[in-house]
Write a protein that binds this ligand. Sequence first.
Ligand SMILES: [Zn+2]
Length: 600
Amino acid sequence: MTETFAPRDLHSHANPGEVRVRHLELDLEVDFQRRALRGSAILQFERRDAAASVLRLDTRSLDIRGVETGGPAGWSRAAWELGPADPILGAALSVPLRSGDDRVRVAYTTGPAASGLQWLEPAQTAGKRQPFLFSQSQAIHARSWVPVQDTPAVRVTYEATVRTPSDLVALMGASGNPTGGRGGTYRFRMPQRIPAYLMAIAAGDIGFEPLGPRSGVYAEPSVVGRAAAEFSDTEKMMEAAERLYGPYRWDRYDILVLPPSFPFGGMENPRLTFATPTVLAGDKSLVALIAHELAHSWSGNLVTNATWSDFWLNEGFTTYIERRIVEEVYGSDTAGMEAVLGRQDLEEELARLDDRDEVLHIDLTGRDPDEGATRLPYEKGALFLRTLEELAGRKRFDEFLRRYFDHFAFQSITTAEFVAYLREHLLGGDGSKLASVPLEEGIERPGVPASAAQPASENLRRVAHAAEEWTRGRCEPAKSDFPRWTTHERLQFLRRLPAAPSAEQLRDLDRDFQLTRSTNAEIAFQWLLMAIRGGYAPADARLEEFLVGIGRRKFIKPLYEELVKSEAGRRRAAEIYRKARPGYHPIAVDTVDRILGSGA
Ligand SMILES: [Zn+2]
């Protein structure tokens, strides 16, 4: 832990130590026919090394049409060079600079398979009439739609002009998102400094409904009403987070609900969270996802991991804060259940992952950072913070976190910087219980320290008991309680049943609890996993519908992994995937290709 870790980013070609980009001006046309963004980016930079003579940017499959450099003497064509395309990093764009230059203009078009963009056919949307485009820049996909210094250590402000067909709406994670008229030309400005992975764009037939004075929801017109009802507690969540961690610093907080192929639950694009429609359960039971994305307004977006090895600083903190927001708004029972289910997720990951991937401060040498995006940094990180909270006491720990966010606001920091701050501001003092916190063990080693906090929930304990009884053949208690149980309790019940129930048990479960018909994505997922394990044929059609209709990686990855465990299942998986693949996002395609061992 004593190393002074120079934040050399393994996942970027850029040279921000010499020349650092500070501001972007984008001018982009959204071409749905060619599935391309076409236009230019002006990058304003400052020299950190006066002798620096080259600006190096990250790109991936961009068609570069020309590069100019600009300074007091005006614009001048540059002898730019594109390096070889690395399969993980993409290609470095090197631009020689004249002395006095302070900007570069790159004219470019995105490639048809840009890893950070998904182009949807009208048939893949709820409305079925208009195409849809959305971006997913994290971890290193921004470079596939903007030539940038694509490292979280570099923060920029930006402005953008985006042109779409005149009946469509464009949105960005910025100010300027339209709440009414359409015209085909949209202007955005992002006044807060952000790393490239938080740049976001979307376009489609999109409506808006306000949620509060500074929040609202965007979605396709047929979805926006349902989404507004589901997310009506957003303003309350913002107020709760502000009470705990200080003012919300991004002006507005809006949510864009995407079509179901969005590969993640949510993406914390500043000012405009992108969210999966699979959280629209109709009863707010899955809105912890919004608490999570909102929490990123402090942990991740305000104080940012400097490299992808420090990813746990984003996600562990955010998962901890998410549960604090849930506790404020929905009470400690709900937050307690989420912590227990999270601890179960962590145990599952620990059983599955290699040692090197169980380390919070993960080594990603030679790997795509998307490989480090397991549940581990979320749940092990949250548990680490919860352990600190229990030792320090809530009041003291809350004050610590609030000061931490102020201290590092709008900066990108490494694990070593966090640890130094933690030592100085929380752990110090002789005889402190906190002096015994096993930092090295908690952050740099696999597994979980024996002294880690052990979340408990009385509700879930009762449900686990009901599951045991049910397994022993005493089905009545669960049968009478199930209708009153929350989503969390139902999930716990299913998880506590035998992993591969018998055919008879599966039939009884489905008859008593209508699981194949569940419209709650979390419940349906848990059930389908059991149905695959137990070879329960009546759920086959639902499984196919689920896998073809939804592209959220959290759900589809374990289901395909379960399928390929048997020969018949593997054939089934390949058959379903043939139908599903054209609708999946490039990131999900990459994941499932790996599971099925081919480009199917
Ligand atoms: Zn997150």
